[in-house]
Design a protein around this ligand. Structure first.
Ligand code: ZN
Length: 459
């Protein structure tokens, strides 16, 4: 059977993110099956017919956004319960709650997280290994059509955040089984990575084994690399080195290694990352709310200057609360301007690169996604600009980064499949799902006894 063709016709601006960063005015994109078949001026592609045509004359088209750090499975059921002064004490509670989740509950909560991401334009994201029942959540990935990196986060050292402590051998075989069981599933939309939790809670043996697994399977490796003062002190005391230099010494850095958060780092650590082409992901939504000091000590401008690939993430719906990649893009573009009192810091174009093509590079998927080019996968977002926040419209990049947000996302396509149409998900009844997850959250709170009453009386 011939594959389905689709035509996005007369797009007001196509922000291609191709190597020349072309923006095509009044353009058309033709999709054949899962891939982009044509990109050009509408007048040049008028003759092309397709099974389905979308009139995109008042739309802006971008590649799907990539979120490089987003705990997809557990937060939605109990979102917003933690007071904003809780600090890192949310973590033991998060994992205590998650420990009681059934496969069916995790399927529903994952599906709601994915629904939110897709609706606001994030087509590809990385769950840093915190999904417990992958066999159940695979159904949510299949149903929604998202593109996702999964894994099993592991530790082999005692930790204060209630993560299960495995023996080193158990941890290695859990990572190996996860990669072997899930990598390249769902026509390649699912990639499985090695995910040691962090160098604070993993032995050097475990970190090195994770890197070997990622090399062996030609897949990625990610870990939390927060760079908090206590983590840096710990590494200095135990290893005589700062965390990222320690990782380089252990042979853990490299082009397929993705360090998450990277806030409290120094210039020598940036050198380590640049030298090894190590990828990074920053989560400004989580960092700002979590009082991480990202405006004071974050080194995004310096990393970009040194050519380090920096992608964007959000972290979870229970710490950042915000999981929209576009909000992280906005924050990446503004916070360093203010912190450094320098309007040239992180231009809008750079922030958009971070959210699209850099994200794709961080995933090792830039041959397939991250830009709108012939031959790439059709992972695309159409923004409806018939809205006050989009107008007036002259510079689509400025409007996208500084004015708009995910609410104007009209249509989302992943792998050639329309997953959001006229602002609504096509794969689920959203309200029914929300009610289901609300009930799951109420039940989880009563099963665990976790309770954080709000500061104001509820009458
Ligand atoms: Zn995380």
């Amino acid at each position: 059977m011939a594959s389905q063709t689709m035509k996005l016709e007369g797009v007001r601006f196509i922000v291609t993110m191709d190597p020349e960063r072309r923006i095509i005015r009044d353009g058309t994109v033709v999709i054949d099956g899962q891939r982009i078949a044509e990109v050009g001026k509408a007048t040049d592609l008028q003759h092309v017919t397709a099974d389905r045509t979308i009139d995109a004359r008042e739309m802006v088209l971008t590649p799907g956004f990539c979120n490089g750090h987003m705990h997809i499975s557990y937060a939605h059921a109990t979102r917003g319960i933690f007071p904003d002064d809780i600090g890192n004490q949310y973590l033991p509670n998060v994992f205590r709650l998650q420990a009681v989740m059934t496969p069916e509950e995790e399927y529903h909560t994952s599906l709601l997280g994915i629904t939110e991401l897709l609706k606001y334009g994030t087509t590809c994201f990385l769950d840093p290994g915190s999904t417990k029942h992958l066999h159940a959540t695979m159904e949510a990935y299949e149903q929604s059509g998202c593109r996702i990196m999964v894994g099993a986060h592991v530790t082999d050292q005692p930790n204060p955040i209630n993560l299960p402590v495995y023996t080193t051998d158990q941890a290695i075989s859990l990572m190996a089984q996860t990669i072997e069981g899930y990598n390249n599933r769902l026509e390649g939309r699912v990639q499985a990575w090695a995910m040691p939790f962090s160098s604070d809670f993993c032995s050097s043996e475990l970190l090195q084994a994770a890197k070997e697994l990622s090399d062996q399977h030609n897949t990625g490796l990610t870990l939390h690399q927060g760079g908090s003062a206590s983590s840096v002190n710990n590494h200095m005391q135990k290893h005589g080195k700062r965390p990222i230099q320690y990782l380089e010494d252990q042979g853990v850095l490299g082009p397929r290694t993705l360090l998450a958060h990277v806030i409290g780092i120094d210039d020598a650590e940036i050198d380590s990352m640049a030298r090894t082409d190590t990828k990074t992901v920053m989560c400004p939504t989580a960092a700002l709310k979590g009082a991480s000091g990202t405006t004071l000590q974050g080194k995004l401008p310096e990393m970009l200057d040194r050519g380090v690939c920096v992608a964007l993430g959000t972290d979870a719906g229970n710490n950042a609360n915000l999981i929209e990649t576009m909000r992280s893009m906005y924050l990446a573009a503004i916070i360093y301007k203010d912190a450094r009192q320098d309007p040239t810091a992180v231009p809008a174009e750079t922030a958009l690169e971070m959210a699209t093509i850099n994200g794709a590079r961080a995933f090792g998927l830039d041959g397939d996604i991250g830009s709108i080019e012939v031959g790439k996968k059709a992972d695309l977002v159409l923004f409806d600009t018939r809205r006050a926040e989009w107008r007036t419209l002259f510079n689509p990049v400025n409007n996208l980064v500084y004015n708009a947000d995910g609410r104007s996302v009209h249509t989302v396509i992943v792998d050639g499949r329309v997953v959001v149409e006229d602002h609504k998900p096509t794969f689920v009844d959203e309200w029914e799902l929300i009610q289901k997850v609300q009930a799951i959250g109420e039940d989880m709170l009563s099963r665990t006894g976790v309770s954080f009453p709000g500061r104001w009386p509820v009458a």
